[in-house]
Design a protein around this ligand. Structure first.
Ligand SMILES: [Zn+2]
Length: 506
């Protein structure tokens, strides 16, 4: 590491779950509805309204926790699988109940991990050459989201508006250990979480729509021989309002540098651990700086107590098995399988898996059809991905399906420019590979098509065949001439060989 210190990062990630309705009422869980239209007495916190847990939300959260290798509600002194809801009390205009239903001391999942890719992924890296790092997960718990305050940002002092559509949306909070040591590792962690949760259908993880949000806890360790631990740790800063992966990386890099600058300028030792309070800061992406919001005296006192309106849950072994069965293949497992079954490099497997399950399914059909995983992967990179990007399409909408693409690969010219041209014509005109080759005016034919032409010519000339069979070998020249005429530019010796082979079978 170039810097004279170690960056230490822990991330808190909030993801909204992909349910039809909210966590404790029947209101729609949907982004972009007219303000305050998806509300009811329960999520508005009207007196007497009682919450009912959305079982599907719990199942989705369980799916995520299992995928994150978490223990499921395994708490000392409790029945295995026992978890409960707690009230977190605080006042805020976007929280009409004045409390949030969350989980405090007995979360439904804890002590997991996620392996992230930290290698410099490069196309040249071979299978098995990837570098992974294990990031510990402290806990993942389920809670309800708050509403949204819409502040007037014109600077004209208009009112702040409150939209309560988001109130009660199921939210999974995933808290990592401070196991990441660079902005790149933090981004790799977020990318892996997003891929994982999208693949298993837990969340769409759209950062712009707020369905994935992230706070970063950052400080640095500066080596110092006479300290008991051998280093000085700077006071923790929690950076909020991060709304892109790039923003997360920039905020962490900014904070680390600021910590070191302040540490160096700190002659009285006030910046050192124990002398300064934990700070909460916001990230100003446009200016590229963090802005200190408040110093935390101690953990805010939320007066947690068990939620009296909801019964505790006991997660059974049967439920865990059922959820495991519906989760499907995890990205980490898939990457290994693609390397093992199709001979892909770690890099290719990573690229493919990152594109999602429909793309992997497409690849597998192509690879099996042409019996060559590496070629299928390369041709998809050359042709399919750029076309999808240009057409702004998903693979499921792509006009050339996997079977048609496999057929194309079998019949297309070997020359890469010709192949590109034929592919383009197929795509633009919606024609078959044969027609596209014709339109492109490409003479190069693949052997099977040429063999078919030879067979046709044999069938059309029974007299020549009979003459040939009776020993007049020159009679075959008439058939060959016809094939050559109909397929201008094909190599003479190839036609001769195919003709010899086919005549031997007649
Ligand atoms: Zn509601």
């Amino acid at each position: 590491m170039a810097e004279p210190y170690k960056i230490v990062i822990g991330l808190e990630v909030h993801v909204q779950l992909l349910t039809k309705t909210k966590l404790f009422c029947g209101c729609l869980n949907k982004f972009g509805l007219p303000p305050n239209s998806a509300t009811c007495p329960v999520c508005l916190g009207l007196p007497g309204a009682l919450p009912v847990m959305n079982e599907h939300a719990f199942r989705l959260a369980l799916r995520a926790a299992i995928a994150l290798n978490c223990q499921i509600a395994s708490h000392p002194g409790q029945v295995p699988g026992f978890t409960k809801w707690d009230r977190k009390n605080y006042y805020y205009p976007d929280l009409p109940k004045n409390f949030q239903i969350s989980q405090y001391d007995l979360p439904f999942s804890h002590d997991g991990y996620l392996d992230i890719n930290i290698g410099q992924a490069s196309p040249g890296r071979q299978a098995g050459g990837e570098q992974t790092k294990r990031i510990g997960i402290i806990r993942a718990h389920l809670e309800e989201d708050a509403g949204k305050n819409l502040h007037d940002e014109s600077g004209k002092g208009h009112d702040t508006l409150v939209d309560l559509n988001r109130t009660g949306t199921p939210l999974l909070e995933i808290v990592s250990h401070p196991d990441m040591n660079s902005p790149e590792e933090a981004i790799a962690y977020l990318e892996e979480i997003r891929l994982l949760l999208r693949e298993i259908g837990v969340s769409d993880c759209e950062m712009q729509e707020g369905s994935l949000r992230c706070d970063a806890n950052v400080n640095i360790h500066i080596p110092k021989a006479d300290e008991p631990k051998g280093y000085v740790a700077t006071p923790l800063v929690e950076v909020k309002n991060l709304n892109s992966f790039r923003g997360v990386g920039r905020a962490i890099a900014y904070e680390a540098k600021r910590h070191y600058d302040e540490f160096k300028a700190d002659t009285k030792g006030t910046f050192r651990f124990g002398y300064m309070l934990k700070t909460t800061a916001g990230w100003d992406d446009a200016k590229g700086v963090t802005v200190v919001q408040r110093h935390k005296e101690e953990a805010a006192d939320y007066r947690y107590f068990p939620e009296p309106d909801l019964v505790p849950i006991i997660v059974t072994a049967e439920l865990i098995e059922a959820v495991k069965a519906e989760t499907g293949e995890l990205p980490s497992v898939q990457r290994n399988r693609l390397q093992k079954d199709y001979g892909l490099t770690a890099y290719d497997a990573q690229v493919l898996t990152a594109k999602g399950r429909p793309t992997v399914a497409y690849f597998e059909i192509v690879a099996e059809s042409i019996c060559d995983g590496k070629a299928a992967s390369n041709r998809m990179s050359d042709l399919i991905y750029p076309a999808l990007a240009e057409r702004k399409e998903e693979i499921t909408e792509f006009p050339i399906d996997a079977a048609a693409f496999a057929k194309f690969l079998k019949k297309a010219p070997t020359n890469s420019q010709d192949r590109r041209d034929v592919f383009k014509i197929m795509l633009e005109k919606g024609v078959s590979v044969e027609e596209a080759i014709g339109i492109a005016g490409i003479k190069e034919l693949d052997e099977s098509a040429l063999r078919a032409a030879v067979c046709q010519a044999i069938a059309a000339n029974p007299k020549s065949v009979a003459d040939f069979k009776s020993g007049k070998t020159a009679a075959a020249n008439k058939i060959k001439g016809e094939v050559m005429k109909a397929n201008k530019g094909v190599p003479n010796d190839l036609v001769q060989r195919l003709l010899d082979e086919e005549l031997a079978r007649v």
